[in-house]
Design a protein around this ligand. Sequence first.
Ligand SMILES: *[C@@H]1O[C@H](CO)[C@@H](O)[C@H](O)[C@H]1NC(C)=O
Length: 336
Amino acid sequence: MRSFDLQAVRRARFSYIISASTLVTLFVIFHLNYFVVENDIVNAVASTPSFFPERLELSLNPTPPVELVVASTSQQNTSWYSKFFPDWGSNIFTVDDQFSPLKIPRNKGHEAMVYLTYIIDRYESLPENILFLHAERFQWHNDNPNYDGVLLLRNFQFPYLQQEGYVNLRCVWTLGCPAAIHPLKDELVEGKVNKQAMGAVFRQAFQELLPEHQVPPDVGVSCCAQFAVTRDTIRRRPRDDYLRFREWLIKTPFPDELSGRFFEHSWHIIFGKEPVHCPSAQDCYCKLYGMCNLQDCTVRGCNSYYVLPPYSTLPKDWPRIGWEGEERPYNDIAPP
Ligand SMILES: *[C@@H]1O[C@H](CO)[C@@H](O)[C@H](O)[C@H]1NC(C)=O
């Protein structure tokens, strides 16, 4: 599907070449066509007179090569991904279903096992843009007024991802920023799964898995382990690194809350960002989602856009019915 536009462009280009008057032109343009990168072809066609207007339109907005990697359980509903984004490959891992077409070696470590398994299995055939996601469309941590995953993906600015290499899908700082973990200060409290424990676990895991880095004093990234990376960023590490990370996840005695959370707070470091990665939320909304006119903003967030919900489980008929059972003004988004 996604290579279709490009082929149309190439055909249009090719027909144009045929009508060119000299063999030299033909020769030169053929070679340009062959070597020029995708965007340049699109630009070149867009800036020539419209010999083939209907094809020109197609070529202006090529679908970027995108795949979605989704960690799901059999209780969750992922059908919205293919409904709203039929042109993007969705890799849905149903972690508790032994018949899931995409398999993980062991159901452990929450979404980290899924994300690592995708990277390991697809290291040689990755698309240019990969989004790592949770299953449900409406989730409290999705960064918009309805907590709607469709908006995150529909407004997503791929050129910005290409420029950054890694982006967290959440702009607001609430939970995770400016720092959530202090690996050198927080001590393990025996048997307790809490913030203190997380500091010590983080230090231990970090030393073991990322020995090329110093253990950072503060770690900050906006929460919830939904992010996007480019193929180039993933390949900046050898496949063996991801295999090593997954081996650790399979073998670690730490409970999933801790081992999974280690990765939640480390993906940005794994993918080359500073340990405290908290870009201005206002800037993030603008660059990542094209929303540059939100009101009531600080670096930490825009009060007009995201408010932390009172509970992490949304009301049953959300987004039509709110927290007090009240009807909410809501028009569903039409699929393409
Ligand atoms: C899953 O969600 C879709 C809407 O995206 C809905 O039509 C469908 O009924 C849901 N399936 C289940 C099993 O709830």
